[in-house]
Design a protein around this ligand. Sequence first.
Ligand SMILES: Nc1ncnc2c1ncn2[C@@H]1O[C@H](COP(=O)(O)OP(=O)(O)OP(=O)(O)O)[C@@H](O)[C@H]1O
Ligand SMILES: [Mg+2]
Length: 399
Amino acid sequence: MSYILEADPAAADMLRATLGMGWRIVGTMELLRRHLTSDTEAHTVVIGANVEQDDVFALAQSLRLTRPDLGVILLRRSIETALLTQALRAGIREVIGERDLSGIRDAAHRSATIAHALHEQAHLAADGNATPLGRLVTVFAAKGGCGKTTLATNLAAALADGGRREVCLVDLDLAFGDVAIALQLFPTHTIADAVPLSDNLDETGMVGLITPHSPGLFTLVAPLEPGMAETIPVKTIVAVLHLLKRMFPYVIVDTPPAFTDHVLAAFDASDVLALIATLDVPALKNLKLTLETLDLLNYPREKWRVLLNRADSKVGLSLADVENTLRVPISAQIPSSRDVPASVNRGVPLVLDAPGHAVSSAIRDFGLRHVVGTAERSPAIHRHPRTDGRGMFRRKAKT
Ligand SMILES: Nc1ncnc2c1ncn2[C@@H]1O[C@H](COP(=O)(O)OP(=O)(O)OP(=O)(O)O)[C@@H](O)[C@H]1O
Ligand SMILES: [Mg+2]
């Protein structure tokens, strides 16, 4: 949770509308201090224009010592040099004009990503010399409309679990990606902005491209215009995914319904291939062809996970029929529910809106069992280079 400190309720509401989900409004400095004492996950405080300046400087000075990871963003009606100097001395991260709504949003994004990077560094330091690489899951189906985006968005939100884990959801459906719409995001940057950086892409550059959604859930969205897809070289995708695996413990990749070079780059970087089918013959035929292609390309079967979406549809095909046809076990069955499209229309993943829903439970169980697995219980897996797969990236232990 992050905080908006603003005494004027109308101004506070407008700030929350600007900043989106995951922000709590507090009306007094005292209340804010109390929240921050117990909320050690908070990463940003936006302080509205109606809060007394001296109080803000005193708060920022104390937070600088007690919570150096917490970003303080100060909004003022007018910004003079003297104010900026004072703010800098107090440790305030940014001062923005109260009417500059896109500037406020950008500053909040920067603060979230800085907090994330600091968090990662703390993890690295705690882990000694290990260079942990995140687990990357590519969600794929060769037939359109099987539920890739539904699974990818809900899986990412389920793993993030309100900030318990840090997850980056990447929309690799470069022409028609709808992650931004499904999550009601208003991104200022997209994956296309990585192209000019791809030879020198580093964490600082990546931080500017990421759009935060809710605690623990970050996104790298698809270009806003379909034509941009062709201008993104595969090497950019390789660089992006490689870097995200270094920055996030979990990376979920949504894909278009086709074996594009971009998708193959994601497969190369994947620890888990989440392959979806629905209970209809064309979808199952496509999945069978997909599995045969993956075999031909030598993607190890240990990484395959087959999920059946809308698995309870009464269409005359049984689970046994499907397993016999595909000759692989089904790792998860996601029921059909009208609440799924309704949640997409609301722009909130079902796992966040209705965590107890049967669809949410199926996706969360899949995530915990097949993505998190034993990774969180045995950090040692991050300490050694991988020797198992044909992936392009290897975990490197720092020497
Ligand atoms: N379990 C489910 N129950 C009911 N509706 C679902 C379920 N899963 C997905 N849907 C609906 O099916 C439609 C297609 O889902 P989604 O967009 O996730 O598929 P996709 O594979 O990403 O499609 P595309 O190939 O076009 O990217 C959406 O309207 C979604 O709300
Ligand atoms: Mg999709």
